[in-house]
Design a protein around this ligand. Structure first.
Ligand code: C5P
Length: 236
């Protein structure tokens, strides 16, 4: 099973992003660029960042598309030339929207994989109730996982706490990516992640790729943080 770590480069500052990526890219599998970076620097910033690196890392463009199917297809088309390995859509956008993204990738003859984000790792059951979802998280995740995989998604993004139930119910054939990774000694009191596990726990439960942001990017030495996470999951 393919496994590795994507470092989430969440910053508005292009130079900071380049600096960080140069320090850590040789230790990890790839870079994840999301809204914070993309809305600041758009596609040209992605090209500038990637081309500043000695070797091209895997690219996870985490733009979490969530709109009507036609608009999402257009967004997928707009970023296809960046050749991201992974692109995200929200499962809650529904089957037609997911299918539109998958079909657009095919029509571009692109190798990008569409991943469906189930429930954000920053949400707990209380937050779900507040938006009208009354089922427990695991039931809701399984409902969204089934819908997404049936609509053709290549994989899922979920919290590490749901890896086991998703693998048990839907098998091993799809890519499973989990954010919400927190080292044991990480002070997470002040951040927004609520459904977390360590890197090793997530890999042992069957995740393919882990997304790690602040535990690497805000570490005193990001290279060491990346290296020790790779050692923790025995990929270094
Ligand atoms: O800093 P931290 O490790 O919390 O970063 C997690 C990254 O994963 C962020 O870029 C966030 O947007 C992303 N993400 C998440 N939960 C999801 C999907 C993506 O935290 N369900």
């Amino acid at each position: 099973m393919e496994q590795g770590i994507f470092a989430a480069i969440d910053t508005n500052d292009l130079e900071k992003a380049k600096n960080l990526a140069q320090k850590i890219s040789k230790y990890i599998f790839g870079l994840k660029l999301g809204m914070e970076f993309f809305y600041s620097h758009s596609s040209s910033g992605v090209v500038e960042l990637i081309s500043s690196l000695p070797q091209q890392p895997a690219l996870f463009l985490d733009l979490k598309f969530h709109d009507i199917p036609n608009t999402v297809a257009g967004a997928v088309r707009a970023v296809s030339y960046l050749q991201p390995d992974f692109l995200t859509v929200h499962s809650l956008g529904g089957a037609d929207m997911i299918r539109a993204a998958v079909e657009e990738v095919k029509s571009q003859s692109s190798n990008s994989k569409i991943l469906a984000v189930t429930i954000l790792t920053s949400m707990n059951e209380k937050n779900l109730i507040s938006v009208g979802i009354k089922d427990d998280i695991k039931t809701e995740i399984c409902r969204l996982a089934e819908l997404s995989l049936k609509a053709g998604a290549d994989g899922l993004v979920c919290s590490p706490l749901e890896i086991q139930i998703v693998r048990e119910n839907f098998g091993k054939k799809f890519t499973l990516i989990t954010p919400g990774i927190r080292p044991k000694n990480f002070n997470s009191n002040s951040d927004d992640q609520k459904r977390t596990l360590t890197a090793k726990q997530a890999i042992d439960l069957g995740a393919n790729y882990l997304v790690v942001g602040r535990p690497i990017t805000q570490a005193p030495c990001p290279q060491n943080a990346a290296k020790s996470l790779m050692q923790e999951i025995a990929l270094a």
